[in-house]
Design a protein around this ligand. Structure first.
Ligand code: UDP
Ligand code: MG
Length: 307
């Protein structure tokens, strides 16, 4: 019989884990595959690891990897994916925001309908702070404009894939990981399932606004070089503008004898150009810093315990 590996990144999830385990193991019993879980304790500071040890003692299908510190969800997902051995692999959050009821139709999509991957997307963002939804939408619009890789709005990391696709993802060893982009970059035939947003079973979201903002920068830098082009284009546009203005004032002074006044205008322009220059250098800096981090070839995660 084939095996389905369920990879669950957990960061301070002692409240939701028991709920997740109850709901998911019940669903798994109805699937006609062997199921193994790979919980990844992402350096939790609460009782999550203790809970995982107990679950592993009670049920040999519940494995875990404990990371040496908090590596972030991306690192945790990678750790779980590397540990998973099944013919099929699925990522799931520990907070029951990824409904286990979908597992069956996901499996069907791969086994019977010939897809390599079945992914899910939320059709609404109810229950999320309004401002956060607004920025999330703006981010997806922006990144899809400037990136060749399609990033689907509302796509979750909740997706099931074949071993072949899982191995392809493992072959992408970049340190600044942006899974939504990586999934789409590796290609393969993907089926999309839509569902209504479900709120967290317990606890609070681990993503602060700031963390999300940095993550979105990871996404943009990782999957588009357009900001670099924008910096160059802005430079060219301003050069052309400067030459035009120069000619204009030169001719105006010669023919009308009217010397240019306007100290404030000069200050404004100097400030504007200074700002634009710093902005463009900043963009360069972002790419450079990412390149710097990647060239160190540090591991994506470090495991302390694996069972
Ligand atoms: N998570 C993690 N490491 C982190 C942050 C989150 O492993 O640094 C896990 C978390 O335990 C959960 C999943 O990633 O299982 C999604 O996190 P969360 O529910 O906080 O995010 P949201 O659903 O609000 O996007
Ligand atoms: Mg969640």
């Amino acid at each position: 019989m084939e095996t389905l590996s369920i990879v669950v990144p957990c960061y301070n999830e002692e409240q939701s884990l028991p709920l997740y385990w109850a709901a998911c193991s019940q669903q798994a019993a109805q699937l006609d595959v062997n199921v193994e879980w790979w919980f990844v304790d992402d350096g939790s500071t609460d009782g999550t690891l203790q809970l995982l040890r107990e679950m592993n003692q009670r049920d040999e299908r519940a494995h875990y990897v404990a990371l040496s510190r908090n590596f972030g969800k991306e690192g945790a997902m990678f750790a779980g994916l590397e540990a998973a051995r099944g013919e099929y692999v699925v990522f799931m959050d520990a907070d029951l925001q990824d409904p286990p009821e979908l597992l069956e139709s996901m499996l069907r999509g791969i086994r019977l309908e010939g897809y390599d991957c079945v992914a899910t997307r939320r059709v609404n963002r109810d229950g999320e702070p309004k401002l956060r939804s607004f920025f999330a939408r703006a981010f997806y619009r922006l990144i899809n404009r400037i990136s060749q890789t399609e990033i689907v709005d509302g796509a979750r990391d909740y997706r099931m894939m074949t071993r072949q696709m899982a191995d392809s993802i493992l072959s992408l060893r970049e340190v600044s990981r942006f899974s939504k982009g990586i999934f789409s970059w590796v290609g393969f035939r993907t089926k999309w399932l839509a569902y209504q947003n479900v709120n967290r079973a317990a606890g609070e979201s681990r993503w602060s606004f700031w963390k999300l903002l940095l993550y979105s920068v990871d996404g943009i830098i990782g999957f588009s070089t357009m900001p670099l082009a924008i910096a160059s284009i802005t430079g060219v546009v301003f050069c052309v503008l400067a030459v035009g203005l120069l000619l204009f004032f030169f001719l105006k002074t010669i023919f009308f004898g009217d010397p240019v006044a306007g100290f404030p205008a000069t200050i404004c322009i100097v400030l504007l150009l200074g700002g634009i220059q710093l902005f463009c250098v900043g963009i360069l800096g972002q790419y450079l810093s990412k390149t710097y981090l990647e060239t160190k070839k540090r591991p994506i995660y470090i495991a302390r315990e694996k069972r």
